[in-house]
Design a protein around this ligand. Structure first.
Ligand SMILES: [Zn+2]
Length: 79
């Protein structure tokens, strides 16, 4: 029986793809962007979410996603 692995997306995966920023979305509609350099490679998006709190409504554990936008600007990957 195959062991079920929980797929955790770590910061390292994002960095390997040339992405250094994250986008944070709160249920209240507030969003923010942050540089992810302060977190180690092993940090997962879930870990980051637990550290953050919405500056607008104070809600904990917002949605955290990699910010790919700088990499696809003008439709071309930037290197
Ligand atoms: Zn909020």
């Amino acid at each position: 029986m195959p062991r079920r692995r929980v797929q955790k997306v770590a910061i390292q995966n994002m960095r390997d793809n040339g992405c250094r920023g994250i986008l944070i979305y709160c249920l209240c509609g507030h969003s923010a962007e942050m540089n992810a350099d302060r977190w180690s490679d092993e940090t997962t998006f879930t870990d980051i979410s637990r550290e953050l709190r919405c500056t607008k409504c104070g809600r904990a554990e917002p949605d955290v996603r990699p910010d790919w936008r700088p990499l696809v600007r003008n439709g071309r990957p930037l290197r």
